[in-house]
Design a binder for this molecule. Structure first.
Ligand code: HEC
Length: 348
């Protein structure tokens, strides 16, 4: 276990080291989370065709014109609120403390985007709604008491699980593919302080995810066998560790993303996590009656509630140091690769 973890950390570190260096600086610094490179709208102005053009900006309340050159780029990075581009609110662009060669690389990337472009036609929004619907309600429908037993009886448990993964996975992939093509619909100004939410929460969320998926639990799919045993490890904190971690992951990502497409993605994941928790509670109660009630009496849904009420005791040894370390390694991997993978910097 320990050797596997060390190996995993080394792989992650080497990818984190080598990957972003070779990639597009606008992506690795997370600029493309707000600035498009193809002329499309976003939270910030597009970078397409702006290098060398005149910009109208407001400085200390006075409006004037300035040329988009390296000096302007450097000022925009160090003190974004000194020159605020007309038509955009101040306070949204985060400050970046970059070295001269990093600014040179950004300037080169911006200059390469010089030819102006017609904004590309963005796709419609309905495929996102359709994917989200399939993802959320596919999960709930297929695992419901009306559908699951009938399908399992006809197909067998294994093929049913395969079908389940296929249908719900298709919903997720559909939604994510549609995301890259979705129009930008502004909902609110995502102020930089909101970035602290995922920054602070994600280490805990990742540890919770690993604890949740690796601790045998009656709330996991097919885990009812664990009802005979006293709740172990993380189950003393909450009996839905995996679901609540997913919900927390989704919710902390909503405030820093003030556009409709992001709200559909993170919102549907949060919705599925909440409805799924409620659904499992009902199904387990119906199927196992008193055995479930006894388990529920020794645990809580709200984290630490059962401990606070003296119904559960946390045994740190049972959590598993290896799991906690694995969660932190996973967190670090995503933190290091976030800009490269998703085009948005995870730094507050
Ligand atoms: C969280 C969103 C966000 C991120 C991330 C971001 N910016 Fe901005 N940026 C904005 C907004 C909003 C404006 C317009 C308001 C202003 O001028 O401050 C802007 C303005 C600018 C301007 C002036 C643009 C113009 O057309 O005149 C430059 C240059 C700029 N950003 C560069 C960058 C670079 C380079 C990065 C990455 C290192 C980056 N920005 C990351 C939101 C962001």
């Amino acid at each position: 276990m320990l050797r596997a973890l060390t190996l995993l950390s080394l792989v992650v570190l080497s990818v984190a080291w080598g990957g972003p260096a070779a990639a597009d600086p606008l992506r690795t610094h997370g600029c493309v989370a707000c600035h498009t490179t193809d002329g499309a709208a976003g939270p910030g102005p597009t970078f397409r065709g702006v290098w060398g053009t005149d910009r109208t900006v407001t400085t200390d309340g006075a409006t004037h014109r300035v040329t988009f050159d390296r000096a302007y780029l450097e000022r925009s990075l160090r003190a974004p609120n000194d020159d605020v581009l007309e038509g955009y609110p101040p306070g949204l662009m985060p400050a970046f403390d970059l070295a001269a060669d990093q600014i040179d690389a950004l300037a080169a990337a911006l200059e390469a985007l010089a030819p102006p472009a017609e904004p590309p036609p963005s796709g419609p929004l309905w495929p996102m709604w359709a994917g989200a619907f399939l993802f959320v309600f596919g999960h709930l429908l297929l695992s419901s008491g009306a559908v699951r037993p009938a399908l399992v009886a006809r197909l067998g448990e294994r093929p049913f699980q395969g079908l389940y993964a296929l249908i719900t996975g298709a919903g997720l992939v559909w939604m994510l593919v549609a995301w890259s093509d979705a129009p930008y619909v502004h909902l609110w100004d995502a102020h930089p302080w909101t970035r602290w939410l995922p920054f602070l929460a994600m280490p805990v969320v990742m540890v919770g995810l690993v604890l949740g998926y690796t601790t045998p639990s009656p709330t996991a799919a097919g885990g009812e066998g664990a009802l005979d045993q006293p709740p172990r490890g993380v189950l003393a904190i909450t009996r839905h560790p995996a679901n609540l971690s997913v919900v927390a992951w989704a919710l902390v990502h909503v405030p820093p993303n003030g556009d409709l497409a992001a709200v559909i993605v993170f919102g549907s994941v949060a919705l599925l996590g909440i409805l799924g928790t409620w659904h499992i509670e009902r199904r387990r109660l119906r199927a196992h009656g008193d055995a479930w009630r006894a388990f529920a009496a020794k645990t809580s849904i709200v984290p630490f509630l059962a401990i606070a009420q003296g119904r559960a005791r946390l045994r740190l040894g049972q959590l598993g140091l290896g799991r906690v370390v694995a969660g932190l390694v996973l967190w670090f991997a995503f933190f290091a690769l976030h800009g490269w993978l998703f085009g948005a910097s995870p730094q507050p």
